[in-house]
Design a protein around this ligand. Structure first.
Ligand code: A2P
Length: 338
């Protein structure tokens, strides 16, 4: 019998954690025992794991000895405190927070792009990229390898699920309240999210960008292994429950036509091209992305304002490929090491 693994999901009651459990079950990850961990608040509750239910345990009192693989998605402070403890106990930690992503001795891995990097993990920790970077890398890595990318100019249209369960509830509540002529009080976001768009994600930095925007800069360079790529990002939160969309403008080192890019992307792992030049012939969160695995790419066209410019529209489920699915794919790569 092939090897079975003891797997822990930290943050199992959260928006990402619950999908980690779903994806582990869907993909029949070889599990001997599964542990669902969250705060003391949820200890004793049950979460779904395929057709089964697993009891949630309190992370603070859990002994990680014997855990082979731990998937973390409970926020940065929890990862900072507990990921090293799990790694010290012998687990390979796959961490969805941003706390380790910039560390030179922690690989940042997109399963289709740089899977070999998982081996470079002296601390036993592998970082899962930010959701917006993830879907972008799946679409752009094949183009970068073929013709080189000099510059990426991107505006994101990010769904609220990326902020977590409370944000999903906030959008639902505000929408219902406003449709019933009641007021909508912002709690999670600084201003009303229902029927609005917010040009802000993360914290404001000294250079005028936000931390979510700078993640796209730093993570792109690390994943593609190319510090020379220039990235200019604007992150926008939109009143969509699931799936991030991205308007992407790239300047390549060598010219690539829209047709060549389309043909390249049609062969690329993790990409699905939806690019008919007619109404509805493009991916959207509702029609294509939500609940599905690929990075959907459409609106591929040559930029009329730049001789080596190419435009793309990229849509993907931020909770699946953007977080849970890629974490499980990394776990599969680790499991395949034997
Ligand atoms: P809990 O439900 O017990 O608060 P989301 O990103 O959707 O908001 O989910 C965050 C996840 O992180 C939840 O599973 C949440 O568990 C978990 N979490 C938050 N704080 C802690 C903590 N102090 N210890 C363990 N898990 C935590």
């Amino acid at each position: 019998m092939s090897r079975q693994f003891k797997v822990a999901v930290v943050g199992a009651t959260g928006a990402v954690g619950e999908v980690m459990l779903t994806v582990l079950a869907e993909r029949k990850f070889p599990i001997s025992e599964i542990y669902a961990l969250a705060s003391a608040r949820s200890a004793g509750e049950y979460v779904k794991f395929g057709n089964d239910e697993v009891m949630v345990r309190d992370l603070a009192t859990f002994d990680p000895t014997g855990i082979d693989i731990a998937l973390f998605s409970a926020g940065g402070s929890i990862s900072k405190e507990y990921a090293p403890k799990f790694a010290a106990a012998g687990a390979v930690v796959i961490d969805n927070s941003s706390v380790f992503r910039g560390d030179a001795d922690v690989p940042l891995v997109v399963s289709e792009v740089n899977p070999d990097q998982i081996r470079n993990r002296p601390r036993g920790i592998i970082a899962n990229p930010n959701c917006s970077t993830m879907q972008l890398m799946v679409a752009l890595a094949p183009i970068h390898r073929k013709v080189g990318i000099e510059r990426i100019n991107i505006a994101t249209y990010q769904s609220v699920s990326g902020t977590g369960r409370r944000a999903l509830e906030e959008l639902g509540k505000q929408t219902a309240a406003l449709l019933n002529f009641q007021s909508a009080e912002p709690e999670v976001y600084p201003v009303q999210i229902a029927f609005n768009v917010i040009p802000h994600g993360g914290d404001f930095l000294d250079n005028g960008y936000t931390s979510e925007e700078m993640k796209l800069v730093w993570e792109t360079r690390k994943i593609l292994g190319d510090e020379s790529i220039q990235v200019n990002a604007t992150v926008v939160r939109v009143p969509v429950f699931y799936c991030h969309s991205e308007a992407v403008h790239i300047e390549t080192r060598e010219k690539i036509t829209a047709e060549e890019a389309r043909a390249l992307l049609e062969q690329a792992p993790g990409v699905e091209v939806v690019d008919e030049r007619k109404p509805g012939g493009y991916p959207t969160p509702v029609t294509h992305g939500s609940g599905r695995d690929p990075s959907f790419v459409g609106r591929i066209r040559e930029d009329i304002s730049h001789p080596r410019g190419l435009d793309l529209w990229v849509v993907s489920d931020n909770i699946r490929k953007g977080a849970a699915l890629n974490a499980v794919q990394i776990a599969e790569l680790v499991a395949a090491e034997g």
